[in-house]
Design a binder for this molecule. Structure first.
Ligand SMILES: Nc1nc2c(c(=O)[nH]1)N[C@H]1C(S)=C(S)[C@@H](COP(=O)(O)OP(=O)(O)OC[C@H]3O[C@@H](n4cnc5c(=O)[nH]c(N)nc54)[C@H](O)[C@@H]3O)O[C@H]1N2
Ligand SMILES: Nc1nc2c(c(=O)[nH]1)N[C@H]1C(S)=C(S)[C@@H](COP(=O)(O)OP(=O)(O)OC[C@H]3O[C@@H](n4cnc5c(=O)[nH]c(N)nc54)[C@H](O)[C@@H]3O)O[C@H]1N2
Ligand SMILES: [Mo]
Length: 764
């Protein structure tokens, strides 16, 4: 069998060579439909067909009219000409400003294949020519990744250990989630999903009698097939409710003192804060009710239920993509520590059940093949979501994880495999920042909003057009991802693009090590084979593997209980924290002296939230969650994604009460606005969002009206704040966003997101 592997899962290749068809992997119990639409003609129409250079850059040279990025026409050129310009420009920037002036962070999901992974290829190449300014952490988990090593363990280690669905079904009697378990998100896993098991996992839990309580501003994110208690909560206030649950448990004398002293440090320094001795405010149920809108009585009864049951507390990743995003993760852990069930089957905490397929999946945890990126001689970096700050304020100081750093002065940006004009917050601000670099190069298969705003666009192949090796990340399945269709004429694999530039710059040997792409795949496989065989996993030779198409290690599925070994013997199996224990109080974080992240979890009133004063001006809280029908902005033009739009726009969900207060009916065109921006959408009236909250999923291709800057397609990042979660992590803070909504009386300006740029054919 021949397979094609993608972030959405593994697909079987059927049909003839001329008319190939993708079908779901037959061993996948709940395959995602998203990937079946990869060959849609609507997507093919948006391909970058030839290398293209922005007219003003070509005529005026580097730095030419950055203000016209996104509006200029493009001139198509040959690969030789494009590669020549790129090599000359890199050489110029290095000679004039040094490698510290090159930003190669290039955040984004790119493709699932492990060799043709655009970022790895870009970084490997840039390291061959003296390095680049990099980024740290991710948009997904900026606050979480920075916090967790200080208080429990690196998040990536914990993800591999998350208690598996089967153990939850057998042992968990009460599942309390903050932010649901959105099965729509488990369609994907970074690097590739294998078997989609979340829906089945939740159903098995419900069938075994697990009771579910969901604190969430929306009701549509926890479907178990059975009853779920939905407790509406104002966005950004979960930490207050968790503190109150902790307070009530302690007030009842039900905290697990043995666990707190044996496995944790800092309880004695947190307790005075919880009880109000340090700030004069006891974190009672009544206190939290005022902030969160959750009834105090329910907090009190739930606290009792949590101590009486085997309780799993789950926190969605979205909660830490917000102001003070560290706090809900930290407080989830502390609340679970107070219950004392961490390391017991079915109890403890989860960070992101439902965020990606791999979490809770029982597959064997092995690390797959990766292309070495080499060594970066440049030490400068930014926390990933500080891109606009960096471009706008070179030399300005910022803090990150206890360090005080400054932003480098970037002259050249190279992006491969990401879409910042999808992923970043306050895109109007990014437009202004994006004018500053002298040169912006983008490798892309499609004319995305980012490609349209580049100076040099290099057409990349899609995963369907090349051979690759995919290890469904952490999911125990290694796949030979086969070419489904021939490459679009004019497009090259990212590897080949960098190889050609490397050749002109005299570093081809260092970059490619004398291997062809096919030889690289064999090499990466052999390397993985050596490592896995050392762990007792028998693996066929590469050619036999290719023939088979897949290596499925599901017979090695394991029932997992997170932190079981640590609980059993905290001295013998200590955590990688300074104390070796769970840090309820972190001396290290305390020592950073930050005003917005203390030595223990705490409630900080957010700047933008319904509970704060700014809600008087903008009374609705905007949630921008992950889209059901696509992966971020990828495949947005496919019929599957377009079918989720109303009148060609991403709809905004709103409670009937808020709609009628504004004279709105289902299907009306609306403007969503705040002090930062405005975007047009279509209202979807539903009781599944709580009053005061509106929800607009991410990923509609950014389409601002050139005259007004008003976004026309329903992209929430026209409105979100470009603000770091805190001085600790500087993580993406997208979820802290207030807006208002009004009826659009005039004829809605036509959205036109899926169009090609203008090409200049006059004199060439
Ligand atoms: N408001 C708001 N904003 C958010 C979020 C939110 O919750 N709210 N979530 C954030 C999160 S968690 C994330 S991870 C980001 C995601 O942001 P991104 O990862 O930047 O989004 P994608 O749309 O997946 O962009 C990937 C791009 O890579 C291109 N690509 C695919 N394969 C290849 C390849 O082989 N070669 C090359 N050169 N290109 C390729 C695709 O065409 C696409 O344009 O968004 C963030 N933005
Ligand atoms: N189909 C699909 N799946 C995806 C992705 C995609 O683009 N498409 N993206 C993937 C990526 S990159 C990531 S990082 C993960 C992200 O995974 P998450 O961050 O977990 O995903 P979200 O959908 O943004 O949010 C999860 C839920 O949290 C709720 N929520 C938001 N704010 C709050 C709050 O303050 N309090 C409470 N209690 N709930 C809140 C949202 O309404 C939503 O239902 O998803 C991954 N899965
Ligand atoms: Mo993400």
């Amino acid at each position: 069998m021949r397979y094609s592997a993608a972030h959405w899962g593994i697909y079987e290749i059927h049909g003839s060579d001329n008319a190939p068809k993708l079908r779901p992997f037959r061993k996948d119990p709940d395959a995602s439909p998203i990937g079946l639409h990869q060959m849609a003609p609507e997507l093919a129409a948006l391909r970058v067909r030839r290398p293209a250079i922005r007219r003003s850059w070509l005529e005026g040279g580097p730095g030419g009219r950055g203000d016209l990025r996104g509006r200029d026409s493009f001139v198509e050129v040959s690969w030789d000409e494009a590669v020549g310009h790129v090599a000359a420009e890199l050489t110029r920037v290095r000679a004039t400003h040094g490698n510290r002036a090159i930003f190669g962070g290039s955040y984004g999901w790119a493709s699932a294949g492990r060799f043709h992974h655009a970022q790895s290829q870009l970084k490997r190449f840039l390291n061959c020519v003296g390095g680049f300014v990099a980024h740290k952490t991710s948009y997904s988990l900026g606050a979480g990744h920075t916090l967790l090593p200080h208080v429990v363990a690196p998040l990536t280690d914990l993800f591999k250990q998350h208690t598996s669905w089967d153990v939850l079904a057998d042992h968990c009697t009460l599942f309390v989630s903050f932010g649901g378990v959105p099965a729509k998100n488990t369609q994907v896993a970074s690097g590739g999903a294998a078997r989609h098991r979340c829906r089945e996992g939740l159903r098995n839990m419900a069938a075994s009698g697990t009771r579910f309580v969901n604190f969430s501003p929306v009701a549509d994110n926890l479907d178990t097939g059975g009853p779920v208690e939905w407790i509406p909560i104002r966005p950004g206030t979960d930490t207050a409710v968790m503190l109150a649950l902790a307070h009530e448990i302690v007030a009842a004398g039900a905290e697990d003192r043995e666990f707190l002293s044996r496995c944790c440090t800092g309880w004695d320094r947190f307790l005075p804060y919880l009880q109000g001795a340090t700030d004069g405010c006891a974190k009672t149920a009544d206190w939290a009710a005022e902030i969160s809108g959750v009834p105090a009585a329910r907090i009190r009864t739930l606290a009792q239920e949590m101590t009486a049951h085997r309780t799993m507390i789950n926190c969605a990743w979205a909660l830490q993509r917000a102001e003070h995003g560290e706090q809900p993760f930290w407080m989830t852990i502390v609340l679970a520590a107070i219950l004392g069930q961490i390391g017991l089957p079915g109890g403890g905490f989860g960070l992101g059940y439902g965020a990606e397929n791999s979490i809770g999946s029982p597959h064997v945890a092995l690390s797959g093949p990766t292309l070495s990126q080499g060594v970066n001689p440049v030490a400068d970096f930014i926390p990933v979501a500080r891109i606009a700050d960096m471009l706008l304020n070179p030399g300005a100081a910022f803090t990150y994880d206890g360090a005080r750093l400054t932003y480098p002065d970037i002259r050249l940006v190279w992006w491969a495999g990401g879409n910042p004009f999808h992923h970043h917050q306050d895109l109007g601000r990014l437009e202004r920042a994006w004018q500053k670099p002298e040169t912006i190069i983008v490798n892309e298969p499609f004319w995305t909003p980012t490609a349209r705003r580049a100076d040099i666009v290099l057409p990349a192949t899609t995963p369907l057009e090349r051979e690759d090796l995919s290890y469904a990340t952490l999911e125990g399945v290694l796949v030979a991802s086969r070419q489904v269709q021939p490459p679009l004429a004019g497009a090259l694999d990212d590897h080949e693009i960098f190889r050609r530039v490397a050749r002109v710059m005299g570093v081809e040997d260092a970059f490619a090590e004398g291997r062809s792409s096919a030889e690289w795949l064999r090499h990466l496989y052999d390397e993985t084979r050596r490592r896995w065989q050392a762990q007792g996993i028998a693996m066929p030779e590469y050619d036999a593997f290719l023939q088979e198409g897949i290596l499925d290690l599901s017979d090695r599925d394991e029932r997992r209980v997170m932190l079981q070994a640590f609980r059993a013997d905290p001295e013998g199996a200590p955590l990688p924290t300074p104390s070796g224990r769970i840090e309820i109080f972190s001396d290290r974080i305390d020592g950073f002296g930050l005003a917005d992240c203390k030595g223990h979890p705490a409630w900080f009133a957010p700047d933008e939230a319904l509970s704060g004063p700014r809600a008087q001006e903008f009374p609705l809280h905007l949630i921008s969650d992950q889209p059901v029908r696509r992966l971020h902005s990828q495949l947005d033009a496919s019929p599957h994604s377009v079918a989720g739009k109303i009148a060609g726009r991403e709809p905004v969900s709103m409670h009937p009460q808020d709609a009628s207060a504004r004279g709105l009916q289902h299907g009306d065109a609306v403007e969503i606005w705040n002090g930062r921006g405005l975007c047009v959408s279509i209202v979807r009236v539903t009781p599944e969002v709580m009053p005061g909250v509106v929800k607009l999923s991410t990923g509609a291709w950014y389409d601002p009206d050139p005259a007004t800057g008003h976004e026309r397609h329903g992209n929430p990042n026209a409105l979100t704040a470009d603000r770091g979660a805190s001085g600790l992590s500087q993580g993406c803070g997208a979820q802290s966003c207030l807006v208002d909504v009004r009826k659009l009386d005039a004829e809605a300006a036509g959205a036109d997101p899926f169009r090609l740029p203008e090409f200049d054919l006059t004199d060439r």
